[in-house]
Design a protein around this ligand. Structure first.
Ligand SMILES: [Zn+2]
Length: 385
C-alpha cells in the first residue's frame, strides 16, 4: 500500500479529473465534459470548435496557426458501470482508497484527459510563444460505434487541409507500471458474420435432413488449426477468435435449419484484409458447406515508424521512470486507426489498463501526476527543439 501525500491529492490534474468523473458520460453522451475542457483551453488562447455528428459530440481545439501540429487525442465517453451495487463505491462519485482513485472512466480515459489539459496549461504558461501548434481532438464515441467520432473529425479537418503531424493518444497503454508500454500501432480488426444453411429435420431421421452444426464442426476445427502467421518485427501474430455461435430451434428432437456464427481476426501487417478474406473463403470452399459470409472491417493495421515522436515519448518516459518503454502494437483497436491514415505519427501513452471496463475501475493518483509530467515533457521535446 502506498501512502498518498497531500501534495498529490492537491494536484490540479486530480481536481480536474474529479470534475470529469462526476459527469455521467456513458457512450455516446459527453455530458458536458468537453465544454469543461474547452473553457480551460480557451483561457489559454485555444480556438475551440464543437463538431456534432448525430448524437456524438466532438471537440477540436487548436492554439497556433502554423505547423507542425502536435495533437493530444482521446475520448470523454465511458462504458456503462454495470451493476452499481457490485461497486465498492458509486462509479460516478470518485473516491480515493489507498492511493487509488475509483470511478468509471478513471483509467479509460479521463485521467489521460486531465493530464493533457494540465500539461498543456503548464507548457503554455512557460512558453506562451511556442513554435507550431498545440491541438486537442476529443470524441464522445470511442467506446461505441465510433462512426461519428474521430473518423468524422479527421474527415472534416482533411477537407479543409488541416493536418496533424504528431498525435499522442491518452488511452491506457500501461500494463504493470506507468509508461512500461507505449503503443506505436495496432493490429487490424476484421469480423466475419457467417450463416450455414441446412435442412431442418427429425433427429431420428438424419438421412432426410442436413444438419448445419455437423457441416460446420470440421471447418471450425480447421480454422483453429491454421497458423495465420507468426507476426513480424513490429506486430504480434494474427489471432482468430470465434465470438458467437447460434443454432437450434429449442427442441431436443429437431435438427436445425441453419447456423450463424461471428468471428474476428486481429491481423498483423503480414496480411491485408482482402487477402485474408480470400484465404478464409478458400478454406470454406474446401469443405462441403452451403454458406453465406459477410465481412466487416473495423480497422486496418497501422504503424508509426521510428522518428521524432517515438524518440520524444521514449525519452520522456525514461527520464521520469528510469526505464525505457516497450514499443508495442498489441491490444485492441483504438481511434489511432482513424488518425494515422492521414499521414500522422501516432503514439499511445496512458495509465495502467488492468481495471478498464471492469467493476471498481481505478487509477493511481500518483500516476496521474506523473503522466502529466510525461505529457509536458513530450510537448517540450516536440515544440521547443
Ligand atoms: Zn479508451
Amino acid at each position: 500500500m502506498t501512502k498518498t501525500s497531500t501534495a498529490q491529492l492537491e494536484h490540479p490534474a486530480i481536481d480536474l479529473l474529479y470534475e470529469l468523473l462526476r459527469k455521467r458520460s456513458v457512450t455516446p453522451d459527453d455530458a458536458g465534459c468537453q465544454d469543461l475542457m474547452a473553457a480551460r483551453l480557451e483561457r489559454m488562447g485555444f480556438v475551440s470548435e464543437t463538431m456534432q455528428f448525430g448524437d456524438v459530440t466532438n471537440l477540436w481545439a487548436r492554439r497556433g496557426e502554423t505547423g507542425p501540429v502536435l495533437c493530444f487525442a482521446g475520448h470523454t465517453d465511458v462504458v456503462p458501470p454495470g451493476d452499481v451495487n457490485e461497486w465498492s463505491s458509486d462509479p460516478f462519485e470518485p473516491e480515493i482508497r489507498a492511493g487509488q482513485l475509483y470511478a468509471r472512466g478513471a483509467a479509460d480515459m479521463k485521467s489521460g484527459l486531465a493530464a493533457m489539459i494540465i500539461a498543456i496549461e503548464r507548457f503554455v504558461a512557460d512558453h506562451p510563444d511556442h513554435a507550431g501548434s498545440l491541438a486537442l481532438l476529443i470524441t464522445s464515441d470511442e467506446e461505441g460505434r465510433a462512426r461519428d467520432g474521430t473518423l468524422k473529425v479527421i474527415e472534416a479537418l482533411s477537407a479543409r487541409n488541416e493536418k496533424i503531424d504528431w498525435c499522442v493518444l491518452g488511452e491506457p497503454s500501461s500494463q504493470e507500471s506507468l509508461g512500461d508500454i507505449v503503443r506505436i500501432g495496432r493490429r487490424g480488426s476484421l469480423s466475419g458474420m457467417l450463416t450455414v444453411k441446412g435442412v431442418q429435420g427429425h433427429v431420428a431421421f438424419p438421412q432426410f435432413a442436413d444438419n448445419p452444426i455437423r457441416r460446420f464442426a470440421p471447418l471450425l476445427a480447421k480454422l483453429h488449426e491454421i497458423v495465420w502467421d507468426n507476426g513480424n518485427d513490429s506486430f504480434p501474430p494474427t489471432s482468430f477468435q470465434v465470438v458467437d455461435i447460434q443454432s437450434g430451434i429449442g427442441a431436443p428432437n429437431v435438427t436445425p435449419p441453419s447456423l450463424t456464427a461471428r468471428f474476428n481476426f486481429r491481423y498483423s501487417t503480414e496480411w491485408d484484409h482482402e487477402r485474408l478474406q480470400r484465404k478464409v473463403h478458400e478454406v470454406f470452399d474446401a469443405h462441403e458447406i452451403d454458406y453465406e459470409l459477410k465481412w466487416h472491417l473495423s480497422g486496418k493495421p497501422f504503424l508509426t515508424l521510428p522518428g521524432k515522436l517515438i524518440n520524444a515519448t521514449s525519452q520522456a518516459v525514461t527520464e521520469l521512470t528510469g526505464n525505457a518503454p516497450e514499443l508495442s502494437t498489441g491490444g485492441g483497436t483504438s481511434d489511432g486507426r482513424f488518425i494515422s491514415p492521414a499521414g500522422t505519427d501516432v503514439v499511445e501513452l496512458g495509465p495502467i489498463n488492468a481495471s478498464i471496463h471492469k467493476l471498481d475501475e481505478h487509477v493511481s493518483i500518483e500516476d496521474v501526476g506523473r503522466l502529466t509530467d510525461m505529457y509536458q515533457r513530450i510537448i517540450e521535446l516536440m515544440l521547443l527543439d
